[in-house]
Ligand binder design. Structure first.
Ligand code: PFF
Length: 446
């Protein structure tokens, strides 16, 4: 039996895992990627991948984590001793290290914008002025690096407090608050005059915009938003007690994730269309376009501040899980080591992220493979490392773990029917790996 800490309740686990899943992927990335890739068409492909790839992978990570009840690296060593499979955990650590380095840049922007809203600096500007303000803010090295550091310090602090007092407690407050505030925002957005064009943009597929890259992006997006492929869900499920129902938890997490993706689309697109703006503005959509929109509504700045709080909570709860993946491996359940490693790794991630933060300012001229440092970090993680990690996980679970033991593990605390288990096993053994390879090869060969 491991001496690891555990989540105190199933709700705590579900909210924490949903907290990991729901983040920049759903609220920031999805709207602009969908905006550039035909709206509803992208939504449909994304939903399809979420159900046939994301959900099976989530259950696969859960099975590994709870079977072994160890960290991402320790779990592979426990299940397949003397082999190199633990390298999947190492790859996961590298992937989230890079991911958190650019994630924290956006986290910093959110904090900066929240400060600007509550100190009244965002009221009454013109559309052009909002654009200039955003460009100036992200190009300012002191502000962007300072805010990024603050975001990392909050993340580190929560992780030093451990699973129950840090991760679980914070998620139990932030996630319900996120849902409530989100609903308020959706109601505001879809009741605007002219909102219906945005609603149809989100739900009506424009298939002419679908390319091989759209499909790779949609797959990357489905992994990214569910936090699968980089061992995050192995890490969290290792803290889940053996009596808890994993299939049901996985379904709830996927459902909440899809709900937030749709809610985010319903906040953003109706507002974008109601105010006659373009949905394909790219990564700046939220920071550039939204303040313009909010400033034209009654109590707009109050709604924008609310949006930023939702956004910050979502981003933080995902950041916790990323840092936890690495800290869990290095501290091996020892609380004193947890504190030390959380600070060391958290600050190292911050330093590694500084060039990403500067890629919107002093380093904006640097371009590698036609991308800025920030975009390259994002692309490498979402469209290369995550699919490769997911591929390895699907192979490990379905070929290396015993089928009967997997069924036993998934059946604990649930009454999972054998037929449903078989369907999952088929997906994870054949459909997931084949689809990942096909989509990646197709995108590379173009
Ligand atoms: N799911 C998060 C998002 O959509 O923003 C990103 C993420 C968090 C990916 C944690 C992986 C991870 F381990």
């Amino acid at each position: 039996m491991s001496q690891q800490e555990q989540f105190s309740t199933r709700l705590g686990f579900i909210l924490s895992a949903a907290g990991s899943a729901i983040g920049l992927g759903a609220i920031w990335k999805f709207p602009y990627v969908a905006g550039q890739n035909g709206g509803g068409a992208f939504l449909i492909i994304f939903l399809l991948f979420t159900v046939i790839l994301g959900l099976p992978l989530l259950l696969a990570e859960f099975s590994i984590g709870r079977t072994a009840q160890k960290s991402a690296v320790g779990s592979f060593k426990a299940i397949a001793p003397g082999t190199n499979w633990y390298f999947i955990g190492v790859l996961g650590m590298i992937a989230v290290f890079i991911m958190l380095s650019f994630y924290s840049v956006i986290g910093g922007w959110i904090i900066t914008y929240f400060w600007k809203v509550i100190s009244g600096q965002l009221s009454g500007l013109t559309e052009a002025e909002y654009g200039i303000l955003f460009a100036d803010t992200v190009a300012n090295p002191v502000i962007s690096i300072g805010a990024q550091l603050l975001f990392m310090v909050i993340t580190i602090f929560v992780i030093t407090r451990g699973v129950q007092n840090g991760i679980e407690k914070t998620n139990k407050i932030m996630m319900p608050a996120l849902f409530i505030l989100f609903i308020i925002l959706v109601v505001r957005s879809i009741t605007l005059d002219g909102a219906s064009a945005g609603v149809s943009f989100l739900f009506q597929p424009d298939l002419s915009k679908v390319t091989s890259n759209t499909i790779l992006e949609a797959m990357g997006q489905s992994f990214f938003t569910l936090s699968v492929g980089v061992t995050g869900m192995i890490t969290y499920s290792a803290y889940l007690s053996k009596e808890q129902n994993m299939p049901k938890s996985a379904l709830s997490i996927v459902a909440m994730n899809i709900m937030v993706v749709i809610l985010a689309g319903l906040v953003i697109f109706p507002a974008v269309f109601a105010f006659g703006m373009e949905p394909d503005a790219g990564p700046v959509l939220l920071f550039n376009v939204l303040p313009t929109i909010f400033s034209q509504m009654p109590f707009g700045m109050l709604f924008f501040a609310t949006f930023l709080v939702v956004f910050l909570f979502a981003t933080l709860t995902s950041a916790f899980s990323m840092l936890e993946i690495i800290v869990a491996v290095l501290s091996k359940g020892n609380p004193a080591k947890r504190k030390k490693w959380a600070w060391i790794i958290g600050l190292a991630i911050f330093l590694f992220g500084v060039p990403s933060a500067l890629s919107f300012g002093v380093l904006s001229d640097i371009s590698l493979f036609g991308k800025s440092i920030f975009d390259l970090a994002d692309y490498t993680v979402s469209n290369v490392l995550m699919p490769i990690g997911a591929l390895q996980i699907s192979i490990f679970v379905s070929f290396k773990m015993k089928k009967s033991a997997l069924y036993e593990e998934l059946k604990r605390g649930s009454n999972l029917k054998y037929g449903v288990f078989q369907a999952w096993f088929f997906l994870i053994r054949y459909v997931v790996p084949v689809l990942i390879i096909v989509v990646m090869v197709d995108a590379i060969s173009k």
